[in-house]
Design a protein. Structure first.
Lengths: 99, 224
């Protein structure tokens, strides 16, 4: 097993933090963009870039509610995203055992 | 900016380089720990406050009833102290819960509302039954002493036990079962002693939970 077997979409500090934070929510729950940003400490632009990559891979979904300044975007991990984190964690464990 | 995606965003700098597996493990465990702490309203400090509340609230009532022969029930001053500290406890939980759950939406929010409605109905039923007991001629010692405090704590403990079991929160399940046992055992202390026994018993259980929470927060965990 090599480091290349780790999911490259998750194996980036910011995206690992995003996925791990969203995985702490129960299945079916979503977190607002603002709260996620506060918890991870990324700039809005950086967070959006990483969220877009994860959403394109169907690892998370986003939903925008309301209009104008009162609008709110919430993001949630999909089943595929949760499974990807589980696989990533297992692979990481395997790699560490092999070291 | 409130999270509208910029579809034209460039690849990030971080995509250029990977993480060492040990670093990744550390980061994953740290993030999971921080997320769980940030999204959970419970804390050792809040539990410590609950321990103090139970001692002060039940202690005040016990001081007001310990010399009563026959038993007539808590005095107005004792009830004011009881309700004031219980209101402070509820306020602290509501504040901590709102802070921890800010920005969270979805299934668990509606589940919590349904749980709250179920608990409120059970507590109302306790007090309706209290009225029925008084109406049926039960003594003040039973109605306003043993029954009201024991039934309230058993309902609260059973509710929390069910909630903890569903969420696989084993320390919470242990605490709530201990709470139910303290309430049931204290009923044998009679209408005056039940207040002291419940106050001290709950305080000990909650101090234990607070210590356990503090230990779990400090204990290093490797989830990967």
């Amino acid at each position: 097993m090599t480091i290349d077997t780790l999911d490259p979409l998750i194996h980036v500090p910011a995206r690992l933090q995003i996925v791990a934070t969203l995985a702490a929510l129960p299945d079916g729950d979503a977190l607002s963009f603002t709260r996620l940003q506060e918890m991870i400490g990324l700039t809005p632009g950086n967070l959006i870039t990483h969220l877009r990559k994860l959403e394109d891979a169907d690892y998370l979904t986003s939903e925008k509610t309301g209009n104008g300044p009162a609008s709110r975007t919430s993001v949630a991990l999909t089943h595929r995203g949760r499974a990807a984190l589980d696989t990533y964690t297992e692979t990481l464990r395997g790699l560490l055992n092999g070291l | 900016m409130n999270g509208t995606y910029d579809r034209g965003a460039a690849e990030t700098y971080e995509d250029q380089g990977g993480l060492d597996p040990r670093e990744a493990t550390r980061l994953l465990a740290q993030t999971q720990r921080q997320a769980q702490r940030g999204l959970d309203f419970r804390s050792p400090r809040l539990t410590l406050f609950a321990a103090a509340v139970s001692l002060v609230a039940f202690g005040a009532v016990w001081l007001s009833v310990r010399g009563q022969h026959p038993y007539k029930g808590p005095t107005a001053v004792a009830l004011v102290v009881l309700y004031a500290v219980v209101a402070m406890r509820i306020g602290s939980v509501v504040y901590a819960h709102r802070h921890a759950r800010a920005g969270v939406s979805g299934r668990s929010v509606s589940q919590q509302r349904a749980e709250g409605a179920g608990l409120a109905a059970a507590l109302v039923a306790v007090y309706v039954l209290m009225g029925a007991l008084a109406h049926a001629g039960a003594s003040d010692g039973v109605v306003y002493g043993v029954y009201v405090v024991t039934a309230t704590l058993i309902v609260l403990g059973a509710f929390w036990a069910g909630r903890s079991a569903v969420r696989e929160d084993w320390p919470g399940l242990g605490t709530s079962i201990a709470m139910v046992l303290v309430a049931a055992g204290s009923a044998f202390a009679g209408p005056r002693g039940v207040w002291l026994s419940d106050g001290v018993g709950l305080c000990v259980v909650l101090l234990g939970q607070s210590a356990a929470q503090a230990w779990l927060l400090r204990a290093p965990r490797s989830d990967a």
